[in-house]
Ligand binder design. Structure first.
Ligand code: PXG
Ligand code: PLP
Length: 446
């Protein structure tokens, strides 16, 4: 394909563009745009044809690499056959087939799936299902939702409310009532430069017990956490932490929701992060890699008894008054089925486990470089935390992001943290290529 696919977007200023960019510094970006025009495998290409190694799988979502032929062709066939089918009171075969394929990969007991179009919709769906589940069982007093500081659960109202990144919440008023938060698990004084799961901090799970006692356990519907908190800059759960959350939930009848929008689809070397950690939640929210990001899609997986709680009343009644116009969209189902084929054919859902120790060594080899105050890793994820510049939080890592773009790598940053999570098809020499650029960047920024 022509690298100059959209020449009209080049050579003209974007400064007065109509596009209100999401989660972006609009004015800064439009003055000095960083545009992408084409992608293939683990590389992006700029409109000028410069190649960038994709260090963060787009936004942690292109797990099988870009423009995979099998997935592209499946979507092309579907769009030419039936571009849309209404999901309410109607269906199309691929939706049923895809649901069955997804739950085949799921942790034990999570046998049912509700489709959405994004991680944010998955989170709000899961929170609504949790409230409705308790009500259906005669425990309608369970209305409280517990999130965690520094958590990211998307941008919709429920997810913003249970989320714990202050900048994402503070300008939006009261959000959703009845929400409280666990403390986050970041403890650099004890855990800096941990390889894999940090040793200290399992006791922080006792926050759930404390909040349960504060509010009365019988008022709490659900707790939602990311098994690894990625958006906030990769906080890996301390050894034993997730297990303790599970125990406390069991003790008090609280639903445990794992938000696996990022940690699913092989990122940790298993289909779901829950399987990597050996802890099974009651619901899982996911999105992103479910279709290799080719078509937007999200999903909520749930245990059989959650689903069963709704299958009551007259057979002609709508059991769950919830859903989206584009739930189980035919293009998303086609992309998802082809994605699962690619994952299976190439062993990609186990590949992060094979690469993890090589990856870990390469990440931790950056220790000692200028500004580096912590390095964290798990599966095919690494974070490099930089000391912030005095009075300018985030400026140093943003410079690193721009410098990496100039030197041939796309690297996502959060605050002063560089986040690496390349497509799972990456090979060892390309891991070396990525870290060589990161090293050069760290040596060159002020
Ligand atoms: N939950 C989690 C755990 C996520 O990581 C969402 C929900 C929301 O998904 P959607 O599809 O609505 O964006 C996410 C998304 C980053 C970054 O750079 C992370 C996300 C999105 C964009 C950027 O860390 N995570
Ligand atoms: N707003 C209006 C006015 C609508 O008619 C609909 C769907 O029919 C929605 C919002 C919800 O849109 P979606 O189902 O794409 O989430």
């Amino acid at each position: 394909m022509n690298e100059r696919a959209h020449p009209e977007a080049l050579g003209r200023s974007l400064e007065d563009s109509a596009f209100f960019m999401p989660f972006s510094a609009n004015r800064q970006f439009k003055k000095a745009p960083r545009l992408l025009a084409r992608a293939d495998g683990i590389y992006y290409y700029t409109p000028e044809g410069r190649r960038l190694i994709d260090g963060t799988s787009g936004l942690w979502c292109v797990n099988a690499g870009h423009c995979r032929r099998k997935i592209v062709e499946a979507v092309q066939r579907q769009v030419a056959t039936m571009e849309f089918a209404p999901p309410f009171q109607m269906g199309h075969p691929a939706a049923f087939e895809f649901a069955d394929r997804v739950v085949e990969l799921a942790p034990p007991g999570l046998r049912r799936v509700f489709f959405t179009n994004s991680g944010s919709e998955s989170v709000d769906t899961a929170l609504k299902l949790a409230l409705a589940y308790h009500r259906a069982r005669g425990e309608g007093q369970r209305v409280r939702l517990i999130g965690r500081e520094r958590g990211y659960h998307g941008a919709n109202f429920g997810g913003t409310a249970v989320g714990g990144i202050v900048a994402n919440r503070k300008i939006f008023g009261a959000l959703v009532a009845g929400v409280d938060h666990l403390r986050h698990t970041h403890d650099p004084a004890r855990n800096a430069f941990s390889r894999g799961q940090p040793r200290h901090g399992a006791e922080l799970a006792e926050d759930l017990e404390r909040l349960a006692q504060l509010h009365d356990p019988s008022t709490i519907a659900a707790v939602i956490v990311e098994p690894v908190a990625c958006s906030t800059g990769v906080l890996v759960p301390p050894v034993g932490y997730l297990e303790r959350l599970r125990e406390i939930c069991d003790r008090h009848g609280i639903l445990l929701i794992f938000d696996e929008v990022i940690t699913a689809w092989g990122r940790l070397g298993k289909p779901f992060g829950a399987q990597h950690f050996g802890v099974t939640p009651d619901l899982i929210t996911t999105a992103k890699g479910i279709t290799n990001a080719t078509v937007p899609m999200g999903a909520v997986l749930m245990k059989e008894d959650v689903f069963r709680a709704f299958m009551t009343g007259p057979e002609g009644a709508i059991e769950m008054p919830h859903g989206y116009t584009y739930s189980a969209h035919p293009l998303a189902c086609a992309a998802g089925l082809a994605t699962l084929d690619v994952y299976a054919e190439e062993g990609l859902l186990g590949r992060a486990a094979e690469l993890a120790s090589y990856w870990e060594d390469k990440a931790h080899a950056l220790k000692g470089l200028p500004h580096v105050i912590d390095i964290r890793n798990i599966g095919l994820i690494a974070a490099i935390e930089l000391a912030p510049r005095a009075g300018a939080p985030g400026a140093r890592a943003f410079d690193a992001h721009v410098r990496a773009f100039e030197k041939g790598a796309y690297v996502r940053v959060a605050g002063d943290i560089l986040e690496l999570a390349p497509p799972l098809i990456i090979e060892k020499p390309q891991i070396d290529e990525l870290f060589a650029i990161v090293r050069e960047v760290l040596e060159s920024i002020a």
